[in-house]
Design a protein around this ligand. Structure first.
Ligand code: A3P
Length: 308
């Protein structure tokens, strides 16, 4: 049960009031925390921060909707040196969806994933210099994808696209923090050049999957010739991964009929898988305003995103 004195109230740019919990600098809407699909973040996030890491753990990190599922599946295939789909969903190894003990029985190397920021990861990630793969995606496509995700998953705090975009640009709901997240990762990576972090871009993988898969294999110190890279690229193409994901879901449904509603909703995880869908959503005025917001937020950033 969440007590009144634990709740932080924020009013966003549209005047909507949000009730939030803040744990280790991570904001969660109380309505999400109370839905019961996450462990209690007041317990799980501090436990995750103190969790025991193995030296060969690998972490796939991304802001939501940057292509985490895709990159996680590719990484798992590289580790297995085989283009076979994982029988379990990515969410089963997502840090903020679990308690550390849920990962105890996993075989090494564990490929975990998270949307947490670098300073919210298990402390031992940096102490043990675990390998981190960070994927970025242009923020206009992220905004569209996140808006659609929240609509479908009924996680809507902001229901209209224009209102959502304003919140995305201003971060005034404290839940939608692409700019802060991206700047924080960039700063930490700059400050810690000796960390083992590989930065990838969604758009590069989309345009040149074999090259990027081989770059990832190099980082993971996994042998991957062009044949294997091509095979993985094909199995992880949007169309094939979406189909495989549906088959995995049907299998989960058959085994656990009570999970039906949640699993059925996950169709939106593989929505369009394109670069530039934002053009179907942004008006000219919204695009100009967004470009201006981007300039202001990211004035210290050296990152370059691809939008088409
Ligand atoms: P769209 O909503 O634009 O389609 P995440 O896994 O971080 O939640 O990101 C989800 C986004 O990645 C969705 O974007 C999804 O369709 C896209 N995606 C998933 N698998 C993909 C693939 N194999 N190729 C390209 N995009 C993919």
């Amino acid at each position: 049960e969440i007590k009144e004195n634990e709740i932080i109230t924020k009013t966003d740019v549209n005047g909507t009031v949000h009730k939030l919990l803040c744990v280790n600098g991570h904001y969660i809407a109380t309505s999400w925390a109370e839905r019961g699909f996450l462990p209690d973040p007041r317990i799980s996030l501090p436990e995750i921060r103190d969790m025991e890491m193995r030296p060969d753990d690998i972490l796939v990190c991304a802001y939501a909707k940057a292509g985490t599922h895709w990159l996680w599946e590719i990484t798992k295939m590289l580790i297995k040196r085989s283009a076979e789909y994982e029988p379990l969903p990515k969410e089963s190894v997502m840090l903020e969806f679990h308690l550390p003990e849920d990962f105890d029985d996993l075989e090494s190397p564990r490929v975990l994933n998270t949307h947490l920021n670098l300073n919210q990861l298990p402390k031992q990630t940096l102490q043990k210099n675990s390998k981190i793969i960070h994927i970025q995606r242009n923020p206009k496509d992220v905004a569209v994808s996140l808006f659609c995700h929240r609509s479908h998953a009924n996680l809507h705090v902001t229901k209209e696209w224009e209102q959502f975009l304003r919140v995305f640009e201003t971060e005034t709901d404290c839940l939608t923090k692409w700019f802060s997240y991206t700047l924080e990762w960039e700063r930490k990576i700059d400050e810690n050049k000796d960390l083992q972090i590989l930065q990838l871009y969604y758009e590069d993988i989309k345009k040149n999957p074999v090259k990027e898969i081989q770059r990832l294999a190099n980082f993971l110190e996994v042998d991957c010739d062009e044949v294997l890279a091509e095979h993985i690229a094909d199995k992880c193409s949007f169309k094939n991964l979406k189909k495989a994901n549906n088959e995995i879901k049907i299998d989960i449904l058959n085994r656990n009929p009570e999970e039906k509603s949640d699993v059925a909703k996950s169709d939106f995880l593989y929505r369009k898988g394109e670069i530039g869908d934002w053009k179907n959503w942004f008006t000219v005025a919204q695009n100009e305003r967004f470009n201006q917001s981007y300039k202001e937020w990211m004035k210290t950033s050296k990152l370059k995103f691809t939008y088409i």
